[in-house]
Design a binder for this molecule. Structure first.
Ligand SMILES: *Cc1c(COP(=O)(O)O)cnc(C)c1O
Length: 365
């Protein structure tokens, strides 16, 4: 049995005709950048995420970048974020000349620990950028409380968490911005790059809308310096088709997670923790083991896909060496980087396949 980490072809098979009809519709319309398909997707994603506004952008990375630009982040500013995420989270901050200030993650959840935020705040701190890693939301009440007390913005990196909930509130709807990615491996992926910024603030929405198109609201009249962060109509049309299946896929991911929990008996493997008051959407099912090499060898021998998200904590990246962080500064993030292992969780996985993954990863079967 060969089990990939993700099977996008299996995902598209049942909706292939509908996707092709949407692509033909865009081809025939002759409108390829922004336009009515993008506007319709913006409304769909905003509604799905319990937000008033959605602004389609070119990627999840650009969603983060344009949100930071919209709140005026510039050289000398500091933005608090997690050292355990995809590079884009901290990269977007640094690209604007601002300083990513890392705060360690919680011991069990992989998400930013709000208890440690206060000690990292300085007069230059402008924003907090929590990440809802692997599909489970960060401790948003505590994060919002600190941000409000210090008049800071909150930008949710919701790239892995579309549809996730915290106390019934959707990812991207609690902070000033939610930033989503439609990269193929996300829960709602397109065949290319794409992203979305959500917000409930009309003024911020207008700024993002302008910035994604070179800072011009009226063509050739630039009130701000923006960039080309536009979403294209082909991706938007395909995403609208796929959005209709998202809840069904999420339910399948959650079912797969519970099958893993049912079959796993090896006490040397730690399964992902589900925190209270959450809807975990399982973009990834990330287990922890002190003996990762051995588990990987068994997965390889059984032709089972896996990935290490993420092998190097962000504060230890070469490009951030000038931040002056050192090994040992963020012990929970560093331990996670050494122990994590993502195994297949995609919706089309069968119970037999999950059992095969469990017996390949366990030493006590
Ligand atoms: C995927 C991802 C991004 C970047 O999204 P792209 O669409 O690939 O640019 C940012 N943050 C996190 C946490 C991600 O998983």
């Amino acid at each position: 049995m060969t089990i990939p980490l993700l099977d996008v072809k299996a995902q598209h098979a049942p909706i292939r005709d509908e996707i092709q009809a949407a692509m033909n519709r865009v081809l025939d319309s002759g409108i390829f950048i922004l336009g009515p398909e993008v506007e319709a997707l913006e409304q769909d994603i905003a509604a799905y995420s319990q937000c008033q506004y959605g602004i389609g952008v070119s990627s999840g990375t650009d969603a983060l970048l344009v949100a930071l630009m919209a709140i005026g982040i510039r050289p000398g500013d500091e933005v608090i974020t997690t050292p355990f995420s995809f590079f884009a989270t901290a990269g977007s901050i640094a690209r604007l000349g601002a300083k990513p200030v890392f705060v360690d993650i919680e011991a069990d959840s992989f998400n930013l620990d709000p208890v440690k935020i206060a000690a990292a705040i300085t007069p230059r701190t402008k924003a907090i950028m929590p990440v809802h890693l692997f599909g489970q939301m960060a401790e948003m009440d505590a994060i919002m409380e600190i941000a409000e007390r210090h008049q800071m913005y909150v930008i949710e990196d919701a790239a892995q968490a579309i549809g996730a909930e915290y106390k019934g509130r959707r990812a991207g709807s609690i902070g000033h911005f939610g930033c989503f990615s439609f990269y193929p491996s996300k829960n709602l992926g397109c065949p290319g790059d794409g992203g979305m910024v959500t917000t409930n603030d009309a003024v911020l929405a207008a700024r993002v809308r302008s910035l994604r198109n070179h800072g011009a609201t009226v063509k050739y009249h630039h009130e701000m310096i923006g960039g080309n962060f536009r979403l294209d109509a082909m991706q938007a049309a395909i995403l609208r088709v796929k959005l209709k299946s998202l809840d069904h896929w999420t339910t399948a991911r959650q079912r797969n997670a519970s099958i893993y929990r049912q079959y796993s008996t090896d006490a040397t493997l730690t399964l992902p923790v589900e925190l209270p008051n959450r809807r975990h959407v399982y973009n990834q099912f990330v287990i922890r083991t002190k003996d990762r090499e051995a588990v990987i060898n068994r997965l390889k021998a059984n032709q089972i896909g896996y990935e290490i998200y993420y092998p190097v904590a962000l504060h230890r990246q070469e490009c951030f060496s000038d931040l002056g962080c050192k090994t040992g500064d963020f012990p929970f993030a560093e331990a996670a980087a050494e122990e994590v292992l993502a195994v297949p969780i995609y919706p089309e996985l069968t119970e037999d396949q999950i059992q095969a993954v469990v017996s390949a990863t366990s030493f006590t079967d």
